[in-house]
Design a protein around this ligand. Structure first.
Ligand code: TRP
Length: 335
């Protein structure tokens, strides 16, 4: 039973499929950092999820460590939250199996992301890709998370997790906390620099569309210089009519830590070229110390190992409690 003073449990995870972008920071990581004090946060590098698409093993290993180091550099504090790598806690795969048997084929088939991804890579529509939302349900339900901060594309998966939890609870007795998707108040959606109508995406064909958190200053400045604007000349936030400028204002507001209104005032009367340069500089200034810290952490192998080990132990303890309850309820014999 939760004590009246207990903080809400938050669970979130990111797949280590590539390098995080400005969009990953603004939309997710920034919230992860902000929520650490207010909630009981459990954060996971979801490596099990990343093999539903073809991954080169060396890349997966590197991305996992890079991502962990980047999180730590950005201010995720393993003393305040539980930070771990999914494959280090076997209960995720174990609960996923049980939940598979409480998920209907038809409801999994309705998942929009599955439909989209199988269309995109028709030669690798593996069962893992289909089962991905059930593993995600296991991630969430193991920790009794009430809130799951996710982007719009993952909302349907959290709703599925809730349905599976409810079904299990009704069939047996209350076991799982029913999770809810949570769109954090600090969230900001960042679009591509070349396609400001679309979410900033690693998969975009144009390499100038997306800025990575690991890009060096020259690359960042070049990308911002090439950013799409419009033929107007005013720096005003107007998503519908001025997507490029609005996106740059959002980026500036996140990385220079000012409100969009303040940013508009700051740039009143400024030319577009100068504006883009200033936005690029704000991003570089924000990233310079973060990247230095990230390099320092990556070089300190024993520190990274100890973070992973402590995180895995904390997570495994909590996860095992839930899994044992589930095993008992479905009728597995205990030893
Ligand atoms: N599927 C999520 C994504 O692609 C990552 C993820 C895995 C996740 N498990 C989760 C997110 C549990 C929230 C909760 O971004």
């Amino acid at each position: 039973m939760t004590e009246p003073t207990a903080k809400k449990v938050i669970f979130s995870a990111v797949k280590p499929t590539g390098i995080p972008t400005l969009g990953s920071y603004a939309g997710a990581l920034k919230n992860w950092v902000a929520m650490q004090d207010e909630y009981d946060c459990i954060y996971c590098v979801a490596d099990l999820h990343s093999i539903t698409v073809a991954m080169v093993p060396a890349d997966l290993r590197k991305n996992t460590l890079d991502m962990l180091a980047m999180y730590l550099a950005l201010g995720i504090d393993p003393e305040k939250c539980t930070l771990f790598v999914q494959s280090h806690v076997s209960a995720h795969a174990e609960l996923a199996w049980v939940l598979n048997c409480y998920t209907q084929f038809g409801e999994a088939k309705r998942m929009t992301q599955f439909k989209e991804k199988s269309k995109k890579a028709p030669d690798n529509v593996n069962v893992g890709l289909f089962d991905y939302p059930v593993l995600m349900a296991a991630d969430i339900l193991l920790y009794g998370a009430e809130c799951v901060p996710v982007g719009q594309d993952q909302k349907q998966h959290v709703e599925l997790a809730r349905n599976i939890a409810q079904r299990f609870n009704n069939r047996y007795s209350p076991t799982f906390v029913l999770p809810e998707p949570f769109m954090p108040k600090y969230g900001a959606k960042i679009c591509g620099l070349q396609n400001p109508d679309k979410k900033m995406s690693k998969s975009d064909d144009n390499p100038h569309d997306c800025v990575y958190l690991t890009d060096d200053a020259d690359t960042i400045m070049r990308k911002f210089k090439a950013a799409v604007t419009d033929s107007d000349a005013s720096i005003k936030y107007d998503r519908a009519n001025k997507p490029g400028i609005s996106n740059l204002l959002t980026i500036y507001s996140v990385f220079a830590k000012v409100s969009v209104e303040q940013a508009e005032k700051e740039f009143a009367g400024c030319g577009y070229a100068q504006f883009k340069k200033r936005v690029g500089e704000a991003v570089c200034e924000f990233l310079r110390p973060v990247q230095a810290e990230c390099r320092r952490i990556l070089a300190d192998k024993s520190y990274l190992q100890s973070v992973m080990k402590t995180g895995a132990e904390k997570a495994a303890y909590l996860a095992r409690k839930t899994l044992s309850k589930v095993y008992r309820k479905v009728g597995f014999v205990q030893i």
